[in-house]
Ligand binder design. Structure first.
Ligand SMILES: Cc1ncc(COP(=O)(O)O)c(C=O)c1O
Length: 383
C-alpha cells in the first residue's frame, strides 16, 4: 500500500506516455533548456536559494500579465487557495461554497483552512451554477471559491452581486485559467484573490510544483507574504503562526522563462480547440465546450460530453490517443466527503457530467494533422 501511495503519479504517466497523441508534452517542451540552466547555475554564486531577486522578478511579471497590483509566489495552486482563505480570516466552523465538479485540491484547500466545504451543482458550462448558490448560504457562510473549469471564466459579474449582497469573500480557483478573460474580466480583478497553479501540465508550468496568488488589496498582499513564510515580518518577529509555502527559487526561474512563451501557448491551444469545435460540433453524439460572447477560454483541457464515453475512451487509446477523464467522481461522492453526508442524486448535473465527459489533448505541441486524426477516429467510432 505505501509503495502505491508513494509513486502512483509517475506510474500513472508511464501507462499512457507511449501513446503518440499525448496529454504529456514535457519532453518536447524542455528539450532545450540551456537558458534556464544558465540562470539556475547563477544561484550557486548568489545563493538566493529561498525567495530573493528571482522570485521578486517573476512575481512582478505575473502581476503585470494578470493586470493585478500584487502577485505572491507560493508552493502550489492548492496552497494558493488555502493561504488566501487563511489570509481572509476563514477558520474552523466557517462554511465555504464551491462546485462539487472540480479537482480534489479545491476542496482540500478549503478543508485545510479549517472550513466546511458546501457544494453546489454546475451548469452546462461546467462551472458553478450561480443561481443555485443562494440556497446554500447560511449564517456560517464566509466565502465562495468558484473554479474556472478548463480555462473558462465563470460569470463573475453575477457571482459578485451575490457576494456583495451576502457579504461574502471570493477566492477564485483560477488554476486552469491563466490569461483567460470574460467580458474584459481577468481572474483577480473583482475578487479578493485569484489562485493559479504551475503544475507541470498546466498552461504555465514549472519543473515541479508552484503557484501564484494575485490580489489588488495591499492588506491581503501583506498578509499573504506572511502566510507563505512562517508569519514572519523580519527574522526575529513572528506576527502570525503560519507554514512555509514559498515559491521555490528554481521554479521561479523556470516560470520566468516560460512566461515569455505564454501568449504563444495560449493562442495555440485556442486555435486547436477551434478546429476540434468546428468538426466535432457536426456529430450528434458529441457536445462541444460551451462558448460565451466576449469570453476567452484558454483550454487547459479540452472537455467534451459524449455518448458511450467509456467505450470511446478505450477506442481512442487503442488508436494511440491519450483520452482522459477529468474526472469520473464528483467531490460529494468521494470517500473523503463522507462526513459531509451528501448522497447520490444531490447534484445531478455534476453526476451526469462525470459519466459523460472526456478530454482530448489540445496543448501547444499537438499538430493540426494530429487533431484531424483525432477527429477522424471519433467519427469512425460513431459510424
Ligand atoms: C481546478 C484545480 N484547482 C487546484 C489545483 C491545484 O493545483 P496544484 O496541483 O498546483 O496544487 C488543480 C491542479 O491540478 C486544479 O486542477
Amino acid at each position: 500500500m505505501s509503495e502505491k501511495l508513494k509513486n502512483y503519479l509517475p506510474k500513472q504517466y508511464k501507462k499512457t506516455e507511449q501513446l503518440p497523441i499525448n496529454h504529456n508534452y514535457l519532453r518536447k517542451q524542455f528539450s532545450n533548456s540551456k537558458a534556464i540552466f544558465n540562470d539556475i547555475k547563477k544561484l550557486n554564486f548568489n545563493t538566493d536559494y529561498t525567495l530573493g531577486k528571482k522570485v521578486d522578478e517573476v512575481e512582478k511579471k505575473f502581476a503585470k500579465i494578470t493586470n493585478c497590483k500584487y502577485a505572491v509566489g507560493v508552493g502550489s495552486g492548492t496552497d494558493a487557495i488555502t493561504l488566501s482563505l487563511k489570509a481572509l480570516g476563514i477558520k474552523n466552523g466557517d462554511e465555504v461554497i464551491t462546485p462539487t465538479y472540480t479537482f480534489y485540491a479545491t476542496v482540500g484547500a478549503i478543508v485545510q483552512s479549517g472550513a466546511k466545504p458546501v457544494f453546489v451543482d454546475i451548469s452546462n458550462d461546467l462551472n458553478i451554477d450561480i443561481q443555485k448558490i443562494k440556497n446554500k448560504i447560511t449564517s456560517k457562510t464566509k466565502a465562495i471559491v468558484p473554479v474556472h473549469w478548463s480555462g473558462q471564466i465563470c460569470n463573475m459579474s453575477e457571482l459578485k452581486k451575490i457576494a456583495r449582497k451576502y457579504k461574502l469573500t471570493i477566492v477564485e480557483d483560477a488554476c486552469h485559467a491563466i490569461k483567460a478573460t470574460r467580458d474584459g474580466y481577468r481572474a483577480g480583478h473583482y475578487s479578493n484573490s485569484a489562485c493559479f497553479s504551475m503544475h507541470p501540465l498546466k498552461n504555465l508550468n514549472v519543473w515541479g510544483d508552484g503557484g501564484f496568488i494575485v490580489t489588488n488589496s495591499k492588506k491581503m498582499y501583506e498578509n499573504l507574504l506572511m502566510q507563505r513564510n512562517h508569519g514572519l515580518i523580519n527574522r526575529d518577529t513572528c506576527k502570525i503562526f503560519a507554514g512555509n509555502s514559498r515559491l521555490d527559487t528554481i521554479q521561479a526561474i523556470v516560470a520566468s522563462h516560460l512566461l515569455k512563451k505564454l501568449d504563444n501557448i495560449t493562442e495555440k491551444r485556442i486555435r486547436n480547440a477551434k478546429v476540434l469545435d468546428r468538426e466535432l460540433s457536426k456529430l450528434d453524439q458529441v457536445t462541444i465546450p460551451r462558448r460565451f460572447k466576449n469570453s476567452k477560454h484558454v483550454f487547459h483541457i479540452y472537455v467534451i460530453e459524449v455518448k458511450n464515453r467509456d467505450k470511446l475512451k478505450s477506442f481512442l487509446i487503442s488508436r494511440g490517443i491519450d483520452a482522459k477523464i477529468h474526472y469520473p467522481v464528483p467531490m460529494h461522492l468521494q470517500p473523503a466527503a463522507k462526513y459531509l453526508n451528501y448522497k447520490k442524486g444531490d447534484f445531478p448535473i455534476s453526476e451526469k457530467i462525470c459519466k459523460t465527459v472526456i478530454s482530448l489533448p489540445v496543448h501547444e505541441f499537438i499538430s493540426l494533422n494530429q487533431i484531424k486524426f483525432m477527429i477522424n477516429q471519433i467519427k469512425i467510432f460513431y459510424t
